[in-house]
Write a protein that binds this ligand. Sequence first.
Ligand SMILES: [Zn+2]
Length: 293
Amino acid sequence: MRIFDPHIHMTSRTTDDYERMHAAGVRALVEPAFWLGQPRTNVGSFTDYFDALVGWERFRAAQFGITHHCTIALNPKEANDPRCAGVLDVLPRYLAKDGVVAVGEIGFDSMTSAEESAFRRQLALAVEFALPAMVHTPHRDKEGGTRRTLELVEESGIDPGMVVVDHLNELTVAPVDAHGCWMGFSIYPDTKMDPDRMVRILQDRGTDRVLVNSAADWGRSDPLLTRATGDAMLAAGFTDDDVDRVLWRNPVEFFGQSGRLLLDELAGASTASTVDASSTFEGNSVLRGQQVT
Ligand SMILES: [Zn+2]
């Protein structure tokens, strides 16, 4: 089973996770820019993080045979802090970089006017840079938030096929589907979606425009829940081809619209992907220079 996790925050994970993900079949992923837990107080704090996403984390993933992409944005939660507003001005220089495959995560957290204005501006950037948009839906008032999200997507003029609306559930999937956007589902150990609920949604709606991710953020989460969903699909009678469509070809199709996927590098690396992580670490001058312990 080959897996492309379309939404996973590797910054919050360990090298053990990278090893287990590779063993489970994960060969590519997208890490969206998000909130780091501790609120940031200035623009430089964001640019250091964005540089880590396009540089350091991609390098770290490659040590484990996984191709790393990212999305860049001012996240909804921090869009409420006026000290972070200047982040919107530095986004264009990141949105032009290799391996940046979407604008995201954007959208609503608490549905404030500051969030709405950052959301509008970043949808416009997605249109300007001809990039897909990854849209986060709020955890509270998910239905109201999803409705308002779809209104703003429509107003922006972006092609709905360039938008994934993420963290959906049984109640919010229908309007997103009706708008022609891609439908993202985050599978969690004990909240939101689990593998069996995900299988039932796939049985109801089919595999078209569906992206399944493990999110794997600061809360209790599991980076192998993409694999668990593939296994649950097979147990429920889906074919290997169905699983490959959901867990590999769909994310390739969606993020491929950016023209920035790095999967050619993966093809080159796959012959050498039995990387011995420990020897690679010791042999690498970049890592040695950074005194990784
Ligand atoms: Zn996320």
